[in-house]
Design a protein around this ligand. Sequence first.
Ligand code: IMP
Length: 189
Amino acid sequence: MSARIFLATGNPHKVEEVQHILGPAWRVEGRDPGVEETGETFEENALIKARAVAAATGEVAIADDSGIEIDALGGAPGVRSARWAAEGDWIPRVLRELEGVPDERRTCRYVCAAAVVWPGPAPREMVVRGTVEGVVAHAPRGTGGFGYDPIMVPVEGDGRTFAEMTPAEKHALSHRGRAFRELARHLVD
Ligand code: IMP
């Protein structure tokens, strides 16, 4: 028997990835938290979303807030990764802004804050962070994953972008895999 758990997101890619990471013990259901991401950190935004869904449903809720930090852009788009440009322009804009920048200065990382909120008279919450270091490719490669995956080459990998990997290969290295495997250790206590 799997236990249902709400994931505070309107992004079906995140539901699919978190389901895959948590495995069959959990049945992950996406719920749009319907709140503004007003936090200044990934952790604050993850907690804002998980609190909203825990309050609306009266059940335990988890959330993901994530993004890419590009060192040559001063850490942008960072916590604003989803709002930095129109979705179709995310990758073109990164490649334009990094034009002529050599490999050694194309360093970046994916960051994921994973939060859980248990509702009730004495609510409890926790948030953990997972990261993966990478290099921004010179052109997009691959069709898997979502978002910035076609230009993100993890340094612990074999030179492929995340979009060229199977889901299992991506989750083994990814920020989201790391954060939610850590969170999962605290979900049943
Ligand atoms: P959020 O919904 O505010 O957490 O925005 C996360 C945004 O960061 C996504 O819309 C993507 O643009 C980017 N992002 C986060 N995780 C990933 C990933 O695993 N692959 C590619 N892009 C990601």
